[in-house]
Design a protein around this ligand. Structure first.
Ligand SMILES: [Zn+2]
Length: 96
C-alpha cells in the first residue's frame, strides 16, 4: 500500500518562510557550551570516565568537538585523557 500525504499534493510551492535570524548556515544548531568550561575543569582526569564517556561513541571513538560542544582547548585535553584511559582499559578502543 502506498500512503499519500496531503501536504504534498496541495499547494503550489509557496508557504516556505525563512525566519531570518542571524547567520547560522544550514542546519539548526543549538549553541552548546563546553561542559568542561561550565564546570571550570582545568585538568581533565583520565580516571573521570563518566565524563569522558560523553565524548566518545559507543564504539569508543572520540566525538568531534562540534558534536559535543567542547571547546578546542578542552577537546584536546579530553582526547589525551581518553587515550590514556584506553590504555588503562577504562574506555574501549576505537576500531580503526
Ligand atoms: Zn572548554
Amino acid at each position: 500500500m502506498y500512503e499519500r500525504r496531503d501536504s504534498e499534493s496541495a499547494g503550489g510551492g509557496r508557504g516556505r518562510e525563512y525566519s531570518g535570524g542571524g547567520r547560522s548556515g544550514g542546519r539548526m544548531m543549538r549553541r552548546k557550551v563546553c561542559s568542561f568550561c561550565v564546570d571550570k575543569v582545568t585538568n581533565i582526569n583520565y580516571k573521570d570516565v563518566s565524563r569522558l564517556r560523553r565524548l566518545v561513541t559507543d564504539r569508543g571513538r572520540i566525538l568531534k568537538s562540534r558534536a559535543t560542544g567542547t571547546c578546542q582547548k578542552h577537546q584536546r585535553a579530553a582526547a589525551r585523557a581518553i587515550k590514556r584511559a584506553r590504555h588503562l582499559a577504562l574506555l574501549p578502543f576505537a576500531p580503526e
